[in-house]
Structure formats: C-alpha cells, structure tokens
Unconditional design. Structure first.
Ligand SMILES: C[S@@+](CC[C@H](N)C(=O)[O-])C[C@H]1O[C@@H](n2cnc3c(N)ncnc32)[C@H](O)[C@@H]1O
Length: 194
C-alpha cells in the first residue's frame, strides 16, 4: 500500500530521502511529524513513513509546505523492505542511523564521497523496534554518538555534517509565508503569488 502527498518535485530527481520505520498512530504522531519537519528544514527532499498509516501526519506536513514552501514530499508505504530494495535498485546509498553503528566522525567523509558517486541517499531511522535485517541491508550503520537519543536529533546532526552547513542557505519556494530574520521579535510576510 502506498499513499502520498508529492507537493513539489519529482522523486526521480531527489537526492536525499528519509525512511522513518514503524510509526505508531497516536503514540508517535509528534515525533514522526518532527522527523518530517527536520528532514525538510535540513535539506532532505522527502520522507517515506512505514508502520501505521496516519493521514494526519501527511496532512500536517502538507500544511507546513503550503505555508512555508518546498520542494518536499511525504509518503506512506506499508513495507519498509520494499522501500529499501527500491532505493537500492536505483543506486541510492542506504545509511541507517543507529547508536550501535560506526561513530559519525569516523565515517562521514567516506559517506559523503559515496553519496557523490551514488544516485542519492536513503537515510533510515528506526522506531521502537528495528528489524535485524536492516543492519545487513544498509551500506552504513552510522551512529551520531554511541549514546541513545532520538530520531530527530540523529537526523539533524547527520544532515548538518553531511552538508557541512550548506542547508542553512537552502531556499524554499512556493510557500504562502516567509520569515524576515529579525534580532528581536517576529517578522513574517505573505508571499505574493505570481
Ligand atoms: C528512540 S530510538 C530507538 C532505539 C532502538 N532501541 C535501537 O535499536 O536503536 C529511535 C531511533 O533514533 C535513532 N537514534 C537514536 N539514537 C541514535 C544515535 N546515537 N545515533 C544514531 N541514531 C540514533 C535511530 O534511528 C533509532 O532507531
């Protein structure tokens, strides 16, 4: 089963896709939404969610993209294994973030080089349980420190190191609202639609 909101962009041109495993309806609503928002803000092109099908997450991410711009998409797919195999077949590097993996500073240069040569990257984040098979399917099992924390922090730190800070310059287009950075208070303008 597949259902999606492809807001702007074409999956074939996507360089970084995040796969969030084992979403649980209600319990994980907030953290999975934050995974999607972090993926978007830190330079990924889209997120595939597996586990429970949760329409409200797809809709709240759609609202963020409508307000703040894209390109960005989110999709639900029932089988995580199918997603991993599909992206592997397309030549994507599979990077599984896990505290049991090789610590980021020891492997990030190699991952960055592999990414340049590959079709793109699938960044896999676990949930409550992580299937053992994933550790074998991944090209890299990468730890953002070998200490437990969360999907959101692991994703943000990983993408920031991968892009070496360039995600701060990313432009989002097609949104309704835009922030004018301000040292004090909030300055938000409505974008004029052409
Ligand atoms: C709440 S943790 C669950 C930990 C799980 N028991 C496991 O086997 O990794 C959920 C996800 O956050 C990410 N994560 C948490 N700590 C991490 C770390 N130190 N490095 C990389 N990823 C981490 C992983 O993707 C993990 O599957």
């Amino acid at each position: 089963m597949r259902s999606s909101y492809r807001f702007v962009g074409d999956v074939m041109n996507d360089r970084i896709v995040v796969l969030r495993l084992g979403h649980r309806i209600h319990r994980d609503e907030r953290i999975t939404t934050h995974v999607c928002l972090t993926a978007r803000a830190f330079g990924a092109d889209g997120v595939v969610i597996t586990g429970d099908h949760d329409r409200s997450i797809l809709e709240s991410v759609r609202d963020v993209v409508n307000n703040w711009g894209g390109p960005f998409w989110v999709e639900y797919v029932s089988s995580w294994k199918r997603v991993v195999h599909e992206y592997k077949d397309r030549g994507y590097l599979i990077v599984h973030l896990t505290m049991y993996g090789i610590n980021l500073p020891d492997v990030i240069s190699e991952v960055r080089e592999g990414f340049k040569r590959s079709g793109g990257m699938l960044v896999v984040l676990g949930g409550a349980k992580v299937p053992g098979e994933l550790y074998r399917l991944a090209d890299y099992n990468l730890a953002v420190t070998n200490q437990p924390h969360s999907e959101v922090s692991a994703l943000a730190v990983f993408l920031d190191h991968l892009f070496e800070g360039r995600e701060f310059n990313r432009e989002f287009t097609g949104g309704r609202l835009k922030i004018i950075p301000s040292p004090h208070g909030k300055h938000v303008i409505e974008e004029k639609k052409g």
